[in-house]
Design a protein around this ligand. Structure first.
Ligand SMILES: [Ca+2]
Ligand SMILES: [Ca+2]
Ligand SMILES: [Ca+2]
Length: 217
């Protein structure tokens, strides 16, 4: 009995919670940066976010890039509260409130998300990576990392031409289809609400072309 309990604990400690995903991010826009990170719970149960955190790791190796593997802004951000089944949890800055009228579940200061390559890690209450996103500005050598240790991110976003993309969203909440956000057109930003859904019946073969076609700046 004692042994079985110990084994169960080991199993639990090794498995990241895969139900909560990074669903939408905006970090670099025209003018003062609107910055927010939206999580989405794909599961059937509410999840307590106590002990969870969002980390932002500088991922620029190019000359002049500052502090590869260092924490960006005032990251990490400790999460609190819970996220309902099919619900959202968002951290957002003051520009998000002033420019698009949205206030998140948590607040971070303006310019918390850098405008060149970075790695966003969502870490669960047991310290495991629940989801990781590498935002790439396209410079040779930039590398997804966890505090300087190279990783293969779950999702790589960008570059958008030779720039860091404004952000990304899953084309339909929790989807594996990734779209880049526009820099100056905020109409497709949906912090704390449903992302643009995938049209019903869309042929899988056509998704890549549609993804490319929707990208504009
Ligand atoms: Ca770079
Ligand atoms: Ca920014
Ligand atoms: Ca959204």
């Amino acid at each position: 009995m004692k042994t079985a309990f110990a084994l169960a604990l080991v199993a639990a400690a090794g498995a990241a919670n895969a139900d909560v995903l990074v669903n939408e991010v905006v970090g670099s826009t025209t003018g003062g940066d609107v910055e927010f990170i939206e999580l989405y719970n794909t599961g059937a149960s509410a999840i307590d976010l106590t002990g969870w955190s969002i980390e932002l790791w500088d991922s620029d190796i190019d000359a002049g890039g500052s502090g590869f593997g260092g924490a960006d802004g005032t990251a990490p951000y400790a999460l609190s509260g819970s996220i309902a089944a099919g619900g959202y949890w968002t951290i957002a800055n003051g520009e998000t409130a002033s420019q698009i009228g949205f206030t998140g579940d948590a607040f971070f200061g303006n310019n918390s998300i850098e405008n060149s390559s970075y790695t966003l890690i969502l870490r669960d209450g047991m310290g495991n990576i629940a989801n990781s996103i590498f935002f790439n500005d396209g410079d040779a050598g930039d590398q997804a990392n966890d505090a300087g240790a190279a990783i293969t991110a779950d999702v790589t976003v960008g570059p958008d031409g030779s720039f860091l993309p404004a952000g990304f969203y899953r084309f339909g909440d929790g989807s594996d289809i990734i779209e880049l956000h526009n820099f100056s057109d905020f109409t497709d930003y949906t912090p704390g609400a449903a992302n643009v859904p995938a049209p019903a019946g869309l042929a899988i073969a056509g998704l890549g072309l549609i993804a490319a076609g929707r990208r504009r700046r």
